[in-house]
Unconditional design. Structure first.
Length: 316
């Protein structure tokens, strides 16, 4: 059954349609004859406790040269839309947090917001792994120089990264004999003013950092392994990694069975969990990607699975 769907996203004119997961969702929703409405963060406002939006009707086409048409804007309460996809990319800054407050008001009046605004605030994509230590590598979150340095000594070889990064930005591999260790710690923590994450280095990164897509707590049976380029320790596609399709292993499924119930409980309908070797390293909930790559490799329609689940939620 068609439902009205709004999407809060980055400027649609700047996306790469061949690999944009939000675009895949919009194509599938349109195929189901759902009216589409386009919004950016600046189109939202809060008036006397009610989220109001300047929204434009949207049509999409799977054409890399001409992929969208926007109609005349209207201003209306956001809860007039059945579903709102929050697909704004990081950085997860205070503007993002403020946006979730506005979306929460629409949710309270009946809109289904995917993912739930409170969950977007609570589930930092790095720190959220702390709920699942049994499937994670040894991990430290700290801004204390001595604590981090001692962790590097204990593990011998670690990956360090900021808590608010994406796309492989500012990720360092640090060994216990690295002469740059102190300056890396200083840089990431801004001289002990900012928390950073350190995880034991997982050699299986050579086989790829697997992105597993999870819809309402259940995994798509294939993952995109993002394999680092020669001499690189980052598998992120934005950092030059190469995407390779792989079937989920028994360990991958075990990790999803550990993480999935909590995602479902918190209203995280669409997530991308990252697995290296046998370990969970991140849980991505803001705007996970890799739908189009997996669809192309395996002949899937992952967006259809998501839209089916959305329809089920609306019917309850």
């Amino acid at each position: 059954m068609p439902f009205s769907l709004g999407v809060v996203m980055d400027p649609i004119g700047s996306i790469k349609v061949h690999k944009d997961s939000t675009f895949a969702m919009l194509l599938e929703a349109q195929r189901r004859r759902c009216p589409l409405w386009y919004l950016e963060q600046g189109d939202l406002s809060l008036r006397d406790g009610r989220c109001v939006a300047r929204m434009r009707p949207l049509r999409v086409r799977d054409d890399a040269a001409d992929w969208f048409t926007l109609g005349e804007a209207r201003t209306a309460p956001l809860e007039t839309l059945d579903v709102v996809l929050m697909r704004k990319d990081p950085p997860f800054d205070m503007e993002y947090v403020y946006t979730t407050y506005l979306l929460e008001q629409a949710e309270s009046r009946g809109s289904l917001v995917v993912n739930r605004p409170a969950a977007l605030r609570d589930a930092n994509e790095k720190v959220y792994t702390a709920w699942f230590p049994e499937v994670c590598p040894p991990t430290l979150v700290s801004r204390n120089h001595i604590d981090i340095s001692e962790f590097v000594d204990a593990q011998g070889d670690v990956i360090m990264k900021p808590l608010d990064g994406m796309g492989g930005a500012s990720i360092f591999r640090v060994r216990d004999d690295d002469p740059n260790r102190n300056v890396i710690i200083e840089t990431l923590t801004h001289h002990q003013r900012t928390f950073a994450m350190a995880q034991r280095y997982i050699p299986e990164i050579r086989d790829g950092d697997k992105r597993i897509l999870v819809i309402d707590g259940e995994a798509i049976p294939y993952a995109l392994a993002r394999v680092p380029s020669e001499g690189e320790h980052r598998g992120n596609l934005a950092a030059g990694g190469r995407g390779v399709g792989v079937a989920l292993s028994d360990k991958d499924r075990e990790i999803v069975e550990t993480v999935g119930p909590r995602l479902r409980e918190q209203g995280i309908l669409f997530a991308g969990i990252d697995v290296i070797g046998d370990f969970l390293t991140e849980v991505n909930v803001t705007s996970p990607t890799c739908i189009r790559e997996l669809d192309q490799i395996y002949g899937l329609n992952i967006s259809a699975v998501l839209m089916d689940r959305i329809e089920q939620k609306l019917a309850v």
